[in-house]
Design a protein around this ligand. Sequence first.
Ligand SMILES: *Cc1c(COP(=O)(O)O)cnc(C)c1O
Length: 463
Amino acid sequence: MSRSAHPAGPRHGDVMPEGHFTAPPADLNALDPKVWARTVTRTLSGPVTVGGVDVRQLAEEFGTPAYILDEQDFRARCRAWRDAFGADADVYYAGKAFLSRAVVRWLHEEGLNVDVCSGGELTVALSAGMPADRIAFHGNNKSVPELEYAVKSGVGHVVVDSYDELVRLSWIAEQQGVRQKILIRVTVGVEAHTHEFIATAHEDQKFGLSLSGGHAAEAVRRALTLDGLELRGIHSHIGSQIFDMAGFEVAARRVVGLLAEIKAEHGVELPEIDLGGGLGIAYTSEDDPAEPADIASALADIVRRECASAGLSTPRLSVEPGRAIVGPTAFTLYRVGTVKPLEGLRTYVSVDGGMSDNIRTALYDAEYSVALVSRASSAEPMLSRVVGKHCESGDIVVRDAFLPADLAPGDLLAVPATGAYCRSMASNYNHALKPPVVAVSEAGPRVIVRRETEEDLLRLDIG
Ligand SMILES: *Cc1c(COP(=O)(O)O)cnc(C)c1O
């Protein structure tokens, strides 16, 4: 069982004894296609390539640490989601996983929409040419200027998260002489996480309006009376890194139940529902994510069935994958600086980045894989912990890993599946410089987000 991520922090630290590690893999040089981006392969002579480009060349040209993103894989995943959901549904890429202008252009070209949750994300999406009506704006505390900006830009949906925001947004829309399309975000009392879900979860969280407490129904009542708003439907998002569809099934049933109540009380059938994101990816070989086609048919079936039994016509469905699209498409390339064996325990391998470029291990107790990529090795496996260079003993990138015993300073390591929530959560802790994102495609490698410089740091620090 995975001990991995949860947005609210480490939850499953107790399912494994401290210091858990699996047996060493049969072949340390093997790259499991489940966790590596599509075009990553190890050459016969030993070094790893992505999109045909040798990682040693990438390190030479762009420096380390660097996020290396496989553009072909990113586009293929977009298409897989788009094709799986078809014309009766919309796929919104959750921009908070990783957003840049190049990514927005790829999304646009591949027919996806985009979710943003701040004015900054909205600016990136708009500046790269995403049509505003294909953008949805989320968040539990959007500011008045952010809402004004969103309405003025013509965003397709604002996902409203509170009573306060209903009134605020309606007033803003009226000031601008428009009716803003909205969804109401509800908490359905389902908390889904990796391999399990809780159908009776406490609705004790900051997001959304609760179904069981009657707040969702009350928000609908109010929205229908506000002249600045056009209520289009209901939104639910139940968790992250989910492998089991059962949580979505319960959530969909409860959302459809609300649609039926709304029809009974107000005589209106809302035309849209959005079931959010949260689909899991493989961080290690133990994770087994579903294919988009299976997810799409499962979700569409659930919604169709629930609506039929509630006597409703089937609403238009939206989903919001973030991690499932970008997560597997990138790896972080690091250079080894020190190798410190602690006899009888493990070997600490220090790399030239750490918690500033990947906070997920420290924050969520997330699990990652790692491989030596600058060469192959036939040395024995060595139980290792890959750590960063920050002034913090919790600065761990990969808690338990087997690396070849001949690992040495100067070797290149790569940590796969770092496309989501790594660059987007990167910090300047210890005045680290955020690494670049280098996209590799048929046309070769190119920087899509450049590395920060010390000049960037000093420019913000006005003395
Ligand atoms: C975070 C989030 C997503 C994306 O989650 P992933 O786990 O990256 O798929 C989608 N919708 C909402 C509302 C979110 O908050």
